[in-house]
Design a protein around this ligand. Structure first.
Ligand SMILES: CC(C)(COP(=O)(O)OP(=O)(O)OC[C@H]1O[C@@H](n2cnc3c(N)ncnc32)[C@H](O)[C@@H]1OP(=O)(O)O)[C@@H](O)C(=O)NCCC(=O)NCCS
Length: 163
């Protein structure tokens, strides 16, 4: 059964019906460049990468894991609605991705480019040199308003750190 008790939080893969909610959540944080803008078409095209946090029938958080091949993936589009922050939902979303990777792959490296350094450190990620990543990960940077003044930090968690 898919029913949830009132107030119960569920982390699950995103479905087509979630696209509008994911779009609206991400939009809350694109204005100041905290997260990269995603169109509804883009979200739909990469829906398989997304997971959502659902509470009381509403989507209160989302996160995506983009696969760059060679077991290198990026945590992106991580957002929790303002009313639901500080309740452990962001951490649960990232942990869901880590657990899925651990179950599906022998080795993996999960990175993020973020301003939320302490949040990711609390999940075991460590700061790494941005230059250590292959060029293909920078494909989206040209769309970023902060392209010429990137203030994000790169952090990485790998299957060996996580064992
Ligand atoms: C970053 C974000 C996803 C965190 O989600 P959240 O549900 O509020 O975080 P949680 O409640 O799971 O916090 C988990 C831990 O991180 C800490 N933490 C959360 N946000 C933090 C911050 N901005 N600075 C320092 N620590 C932070 C919490 O104190 C908590 O620590 P604890 O487990 O030791 O108590 C959320 O604040 C958000 O949506 N921010 C705006 C968008 C954004 O910055 N996204 C990240 C893009 S990479």
């Amino acid at each position: 059964m898919n029913t949830l008790s009132p107030g119960e939080l569920r982390i699950r893969p995103a479905a087509t019906a979630d696209i509008d909610a994911i779009f609206s959540l991400i939009e809350l944080y694109t204005g100041n460049g905290v997260v990269l803008k995603r169109s509804k078409d883009d979200i739909a095209a990469y829906l398989a990468n997304f997971i959502v946090a659902e509470k009381n029938g509403s989507i209160c958080g989302c996160c995506a894991a983009r696969d760059f091949s060679n077991d290198l993936l990026e945590v992106r589009s991580l957002v929790v609605s303002p009313a639901c922050q500080g309740q452990g939902i962001g951490k649960k979303l990232v942990k869901f991705i880590i657990d899925k990777l651990s179950a599906e792959r022998k080795t993996w490296r999960l990175f993020t480019l973020t301003l939320q350094v302490e949040f990711f450190r609390s999940l075991g990620f460590a700061v790494v040199d941005k230059e250590s990543f292959p060029e293909k990960i920078w494909s989206d940077c040209s769309k970023c308003p902060k392209y010429h003044c990137c203030d994000e930090t790169a952090l990485l968690l790998s299957s060996t750190d996580h064992q």
